[in-house]
Design a binder for this molecule. Structure first.
Ligand code: ADP
Ligand code: ASP
Ligand code: MG
Length: 413
């Protein structure tokens, strides 16, 4: 059994919900704003959208690997950085991008304003480094748009209900963009990145991967929560709840990307949409407690539990992302339970809405892995997903083998 715990939907102020015609939210990821030339190109793209008659909100990520560098810097200073201060530090990255883009837009003869998450009205809960958006107060953005400005919002951050700077977890600029699109009643949200869209597998691993024209919210939720980092899982949850259509596309070209929307709108209903991987996931074995107590305590510690397997009353097995490992270990120690951790495992998942009505997918997946000499350590399923934990060193090979066995590189008729 797999349990995926999705976030509560942020509230959107009633007066702000009224759609103003022609609003678009355009989000640019780290590689799209990696240097000053790229920021100028992004400015051009935002201006083009304005000149085409849209009210334009740009959400930018930090330049290149800035966030990684800031986190590394924090760890050079302190082995266990204070989460509040870590948020103060990390939130700077996206502010730099926005201020620079605003300058570049001015030079193109347009008005622009950069806003921090807090200034943009992104209100979050108080959990540092993985805060959830509870509300978007978009009045200031509306005012700036009414003044004919292009608005640049620093992604990945907000202000908590306790007035602290918070960040939304890695990849959080996607969530900023989608929440803003919902709050502003935007026509759609464009997500500009370094690939052409959502592929049947990570194109860096499976060279034969094919770009999908469209994917349903449900499939995308399974894909992202199983490791397809092309979008942040929470952003898809917010998009689904508020029915925000998403267009994932390349910053470095004009081609159509992948539309993510409700299943009804889909033309292409593939049996399997993709094979997704996660190179590292920590698997914990716990004895001596009941699930309610264990998962209650983990939820309290804001741990993002993924796979849960319980075969009897004796042992509970669950997985969590590596960045949550310290929180898990502290929680298990506090509970006083007997536990062990299994390292060196990653996860490969097959995702597809068509799986619901097709038996035999699991059998074929296991046969494929067996033929490769790969033995799954933990297996979990949902109606549209089969996930296998395998050795980290086998992950890439498993992705390629499954991609080929299910002929995912071939166009769907
Ligand atoms: P950004 O900085 O624009 O937010 P990310 O690095 O977060 O970009 O996400 C884009 C990356 O996601 C791609 O470079 C690609 O390697 C990876 N990726 C993983 N799985 C997929 C997939 N199924 N389709 C497309 N990209 C994927
Ligand atoms: N800069 C943050 C990160 O690298 C947020 C984002 O890019 O979405 O995770
Ligand atoms: Mg990203």
């Amino acid at each position: 059994m797999t349990l995926t715990d999705y976030e509560a939907v942020p509230a959107v102020g009633a007066d702000e919900r009224a759609a103003r015609t022609g609003t678009v939210v355009m989000k640019f990821g780290g590689t799209s704003v990696a240097d000053s030339e790229k920021i100028k190109a992004v400015a051009r793209r935002l201006v083009d959208a304005r000149e085409a008659g849209h009210r334009v909100v740009g959400v930018l990520s930090a330049m290149g690997r800035t966030t990684d560098e800031l986190i590394a810097l924090a760890h050079e200073v302190s082995p266990n950085p204070d989460p509040r201060e870590l948020d103060m530090l990390q939130s700077v990255g996206e502010r730099i991008s926005c201020a620079l883009a605003a300058m570049a837009i001015h030079d193109l003869g347009h008005r622009a304003i950069s806003l921090t998450g807090s200034q943009a009205g992104i209100v979050t809960d108080t959990v540092h480094t993985k805060a959830k958006i509870v509300e978007v107060r978009a009045r200031r953005i509306h005012e700036a748009l009414d003044e004919d400005r292009i608005v640049l919002v620093a992604g990945f951050q907000g202000v908590s209900t306790a007035y602290e700077v918070t960040t939304l977890g890695r990849g959080g600029s996607d969530t900023t963009a989608v929440a803003l699109a919902a709050a502003l009643g935007a026509q759609y949200c464009e997500v500009y990145t370094d690939v052409q869209g959502v592929f049947t597998a990570d194109p860096r691993i499976a060279p034969g991967a094919r770009k999908l024209d469209s994917v349903s919210f449900e499939e995308m939720l399974e894909m992202t929560s199983s490791g397809a980092r092309v979008m942040a899982t929470r952003s898809i949850e917010v998009a689904r709840s508020h029915n925000v259509r998403l267009h994932v596309r390349s910053t470095f070209g004009e081609a159509e990307g992948t539309w993510i929307h409700e299943e009804d709108e889909m033309l292409e209903k593939a049996l399997i949409s993709g094979v997704v991987h996660q190179r590292e996931e920590t698997v914990f074995h716990v004895r001596g407690t009941l699930p309610a107590r264990l998962f209650g305590a983990l939820a309290e510690a804001s741990v993002n539990v993924d796979t849960i397997v319980q075969t009897g009353t004796e042992e509970i097995v669950f997985s969590a992302p590596p960045e949550d490992r310290a929180d898990v270990e502290r929680t298990l120690d506090e509970l006083g339970v007997e536990w062990s951790v299994r390292e060196g495992l990653g996860k490969v998942s097959l995702v597809g809405a068509g799986m619901k009505s097709h038996p035999g997918i699991a059998a074929k997946a296991f046969a494929t892995l067996e033929a490769e000499g790969i033995e799954p350590a933990v297996v979990s399923t949902s109606p549209i997903k089969i996930a296998c934990h395998v050795a980290t060193s086998d992950v890439d090979r498993a992705v390629r083998a499954l991609h080929e066995a299910f002929e995912l590189g071939q166009p769907v008729d």
